[in-house]
Design a binder for this molecule. Structure first.
Ligand code: SD4
Length: 344
């Protein structure tokens, strides 16, 4: 087998362009120069990632920036009234308030987040404004809302009749018990009337994209765990926990019970493992194992899934429980759904 040095030497005389993985390299003399021509790709957690990816792909296909693709993709579930776990129509907290968490991170290490923001349909865009317009990374609660209103966002009621009905149903027992894989179609296609209120419990969309320049960005947006304590924040808006991007290495995002992700700074861990040479799926698996090792009794009964992509555009996922999936969109396929592997 040719090692890299021999390979460069053996092709050194022929200047031209060859494809290695999905990255093009120009060969000039003995030097190999990365030509910054990577195949664009966008990947998202869960089956509803398909629709989100499509919106993001429109940006990437035209040579747009990964960061813009992330924002456009996130708008889809945020605006989807039938999606009860992200944005508008999200299930409320224990006290009936819809509180949203989101963050975004670009190829330069810039990042922004909003925590427990209310009455704003697109928290991902407020997070981006925090990143671009302030010297801060995170804004929470009333301060985040005030900032959003000052920046032209509209105050809207996000609690739909369906989500209010589910909450009122939940109040009858008021038992907080997150349900695994609630994001999946089989649950979302069931009518709220058929399922008890506490069966609608959690979900997040985490999105990672690489643009034609090879730059990586990511975003994460959620209404968090349904019926959580008022003021509770999960992993989703925490840079390093719910999302992390390092343009030299790759990006990672998470979904599931955020407390366990925060404990292990999950997405940062996945990216750092990829830096050490782990393939995306192996890095996600290692992060899952860390959660299981630390809290085996808790991990048995919860779902956490990680999704990752490396600089070459290779992607993978791993979850504690079966049922996790992610959507992939590139020039060849716009609606690919890949089941994530799992520990149990
Ligand atoms: C949270 N990680 O608030 C989010 C919820 C989630 O799939 O992802 N559910 O902890």
């Amino acid at each position: 087998m040719l090692n890299r040095r021999k390979f460069i030497r053996s092709t050194a005389l022929s200047a031209g362009c060859i494809a290695v993985g999905n990255t093009a390299f120009s060969m000039i003399g003995q030097q190999q120069i990365q030509a910054q021509k990577t195949e664009p790709i966008i990947i998202s957690t869960w089956d509803f990632g398909i629709a989100a990816n499509k919106a993001g792909w429109q940006i990437l296909a035209e040579g747009g920036r990964a960061l813009d693709a992330i924002e456009h993709a996130a708008w889809v579930p945020e605006a989807d009234v039938h999606n009860q776990t992200v944005g508008y129509g999200g299930l409320p907290d224990r006290d009936g308030f819809v509180t949203l968490d989101a963050c975004i991170m670009d190829e330069l290490g810039n990042c922004g987040a909003v925590l427990a923001i209310q009455n704003i349909k697109h928290p991902i865009s407020v997070a981006r404004k925090v990143m671009e317009k302030t010297p801060h990374v995170m804004l929470a609660g009333d301060g985040a809302l005030q900032f959003a209103l000052e920046n032209g966002f509209l105050k809207e009621n996000l609690l739909t009749k369906e989500s209010e009905a589910a909450w009122r149903e939940w109040l009858k027992t008021a038992k907080y018990s997150p349900v695994m894989n609630i994001e999946n179609k089989q649950y979302r296609n069931s009518s709220p009337q058929k399922l008890p209120g506490n069966q609608y419990n959690h979900d997040t969309i985490g999105i990672l994209a690489i643009d034609a320049k090879g730059n990586i960005s990511g975003g994460c947006t959620t209404s968090g765990m349904a019926y959580k304590l008022h003021g509770r924040i999960g992993d989703s808006p925490i840079i390093g926990a719910g999302l992390y991007v390092d343009n030299e290495v790759g990006g990672a995002t998470s979904t599931g019970v955020g407390e366990e992700v925060v404990r292990n700074v999950g997405s940062f861990l996945v990216v750092e493992l990829m830096r050490q040479g782990y393939a995306p799926e192996d890095a996600c698996k290692e992060a899952v194992l860390r959660i299981i090792k630390k809290k085996p009794e808790i991990a048995k009964n919860i779902q956490v899934g990680f999704l990752a992509i490396n600089k070459k555009g290779e992607h993978g996922a791993f979850a504690i429980q079966k049922g996790f999936s992610y959507a992939v969109c590139n020039a060849r396929q716009q609606d690919l759904l890949i089941p994530g592997k799992s520990y149990y």
